[in-house]
Design a protein around this ligand. Structure first.
Ligand SMILES: Cc1cc2nc3c(=O)[nH]c(=O)nc-3n(C[C@H](O)[C@H](O)[C@H](O)COP(=O)(O)OP(=O)(O)OC[C@H]3O[C@@H](n4cnc5c(N)ncnc54)[C@H](O)[C@@H]3O)c2cc1C
Ligand SMILES: NC(=O)c1ccc[n+]([C@@H]2O[C@H](COP(=O)([O-])OP(=O)(O)OC[C@H]3O[C@@H](n4cnc5c(N)ncnc54)[C@H](O)[C@@H]3O)[C@@H](O)[C@H]2O)c1
Length: 474
């Protein structure tokens, strides 16, 4: 017999966006249940952001120390690999979710463990771990927050070769002797940096001509240069044709050449986890990113009760943007359920406008890469009349204090008609925290004439703002 329960809001998927939307609607006076098939906290907590950054942090700390004459003398050994992996394990709570379950309890959100699927309008059927099933009815809204999984390209023999995905690359209990990476995006660059520093021989097989090809070209160029200097073989313009696992090794063929490695990591983008969600029961096509409006309401569903946040809607595959969408979506659900008019103008309190114009990301490679808004090429393609300025960050006093021989580049893309910044990219050591200043400038639509009054402290790397504005002509 199927148990029947009713809540105001039912969320499928307890990654950070799912947790946040549930928290938001409960804060707004509604009841909420959240359905999770694996671990509360999602990919980010156990196989993505947290373990990957924990793997990378030691490498970065060592590189920074070695770049300061005097401090460098104290670096007399390499990384303690076992301690680095143990620290990584602690950041995933050893792949246990008790802490996050406690948070749900404290927030008054009901957790239903199991796989959830839509079984009709406003209905979610949960297949529990014990084989029993429960149907949850949502009085106000169902929110899909099921995330994404690694894409495996249709390369002959690849699936049978038991490749690593980002899950293995972030949770491995020892460094492989050698690792071939297919892809040149964010996961590929971060994981090449991490495992190379932990003693693995890494080769990157990149189909395109450069790394990080959605960012300003100098970002991928500077990351590739450091990877090569530190011993990673970076090959571009390479298409892998076939993969075979034999005698504990993977053999990849690419253009007639064979590459052998202990493991192959497939870092070729993501596929939405929407294939087995019962979307067909409400007239939607399974397996695609869910098309949503700026309140994250799924388009084309009668009565507007279905929402999607996070990776599942494909807008920006980033934890912080999924959480942002969750805050906006949660507000929209609360306001709509109260019959209130929602603040749905651009930059209103219930719309995810920053998804289009002000999305930041930080890539924790050596050097770090921080980017927000549009690249110059994207801005021009969007029809904006822009002028771009670049500045070598190493010329700033704060940067030269940060590291001997500091190299790095900053670029601003300025909308000439509105005199506002529409894009910013920083590449260099210690720039991660600088990225948010550009996010504020873009989301706030601050004119460059007013930015001229935003005085950076001396001697910080932020003084690059002053140099960029001077280069622009202020
Ligand atoms: C290696 C790696 C590193 C990354 N690093 C960063 C980073 O540093 N910063 C950053 O911002 N982003 C990073 N990302 C991206 C980030 O991990 C994702 O954007 C984020 O996890 C998306 O959250 P989500 O909740 O939408 O999806 P997920 O985190 O995938 O969560 C979805 C949840 O839904 C559950 N679920 C799915 N289907 C069902 C179902 N039918 N029933 C019940 N439960 C279900 C899953 O088990 C999962 O717990 C990284 C990604 C990768 C792969
Ligand atoms: N620090 C961070 O914020 C962070 C870190 C890791 C991941 N992420 C997020 O996770 C997402 C997924 O990362 P990703 O690196 O998997 O994707 P990506 O889109 O960044 O890169 C995919 C790479 O795979 C290549 N590729 C695609 N199809 C291929 C094929 N058939 N054969 C060979 N190469 C192919 C692409 O050319 C590209 O180089 C990112 O878009 C990012 O939003 C963020």
């Amino acid at each position: 017999m199927t148990e029947q329960l009713e809540y105001d809001v039912v969320v499928i998927g307890a990654g950070p966006p799912g947790e946040n939307v549930a928290g938001r609607v409960v804060d707004g006076g509604l009841t909420a249940a959240i359905v999770e098939a694996e671990l509360v906290g999602g990919e980010c907590s156990y196989w993505a952001c947290m373990p990957s950054k924990a793997l990378l942090r030691g490498t970065e700390a060592l590189v920074d120390a070695k770049a300061v004459s005097g401090a460098a003398a104290a670096v007399t050994g390499g990384q303690d690999v076992a301690a680095t992996l143990a620290r990584r394990d602690s950041f995933t709570s050893n792949w246990k979710d008790d802490g996050q379950v406690q948070w749900l309890d404290g927030a008054g959100i009901t957790l239903r463990r199991g796989r959830g699927r839509l079984s009709g309008p406003r209905q979610v059927t949960v297949e529990g771990p014990d084989g029993g099933s429960t149907t949850l009815t949502a009085r106000q809204a169902v929110v899909l927050a099921t995330g994404s999984v690694a894409s495996i390209p249709p390369i002959d023999g690849l699936t049978d070769a038991d490749p690593w995905t980002s899950r293995n690359a972030t949770s491995a209990q020892q460094p492989p002797a050698s690792l071939a990476i297919i892809g040149g995006g964010v996961v590929a660059c971060e994981m090449a940096t991490a495992w190379n520093a932990l003693g693995t021989k890494v080769i990157m097989l990149v189909r395109g001509e450069r790394l990080l090809d959605r960012l300003e070209p100098f970002a991928g160029e500077q990351v590739a240069a450091t990877l090569r200097e530190s011993g990673v073989e970076v090959r571009t313009g390479v298409s892998v044709d076939a993969a075979r696992r034999e005698d504990g090794q993977v053999r990849l063929t690419a253009g007639g050449e064979t590459i052998t490695a202990e493991q192959v990591l497939v870092a070729a983008g993501r596929t939405p986890a929407t294939g087995d969600l019962g979307l067909d029961t409400v007239g939607l096509e399974p397996g695609r990113y869910l098309d949503v409006d700026d309140t994250c309401r799924v388009t084309g569903v009668a009565d507007g009760w279905l929402y999607a946040v996070g990776d599942a809607n494909g807008r920006n595959l980033l934890t912080h943007m999924g959480k942002y969408q969750a805050r906006m979506c949660g507000t929209a659900i609360v306001q709509r359920s109260a019959g209130d008019k929602i603040d749905d103008q651009a930059w209103g309190t219930a719309v995810a406008t920053a998804d289009h114009d002000a999305t930041p990301s930080v890539i924790f490679t050596v050097p770090q890469v921080g980017a927000v808004g549009r690249t110059e090429e994207q801005a021009r393609a969007d029809g904006l009349r822009v002028r771009a300025v670049t500045y070598e960050i190493g010329n700033v006093a704060g940067a030269s204090l940060f590291a001997d021989g500091y190299t790095g580049t900053a670029k601003l893309v300025v909308d000439e008609d509105r005199r506002t910044v529409v894009g910013a990219t920083f590449v260099g050591p210690g720039i991660a925290e600088l990225t948010h200043s550009a996010t504020i400038a873009i989301a706030g639509e601050v004119t460059i004439d007013r930015l001229w009054h935003a005085v950076p402290s001396y001697p910080t790397i932020s003084e690059v703002w002053l140099r960029l504005l001077e280069t622009y002509g202020l």
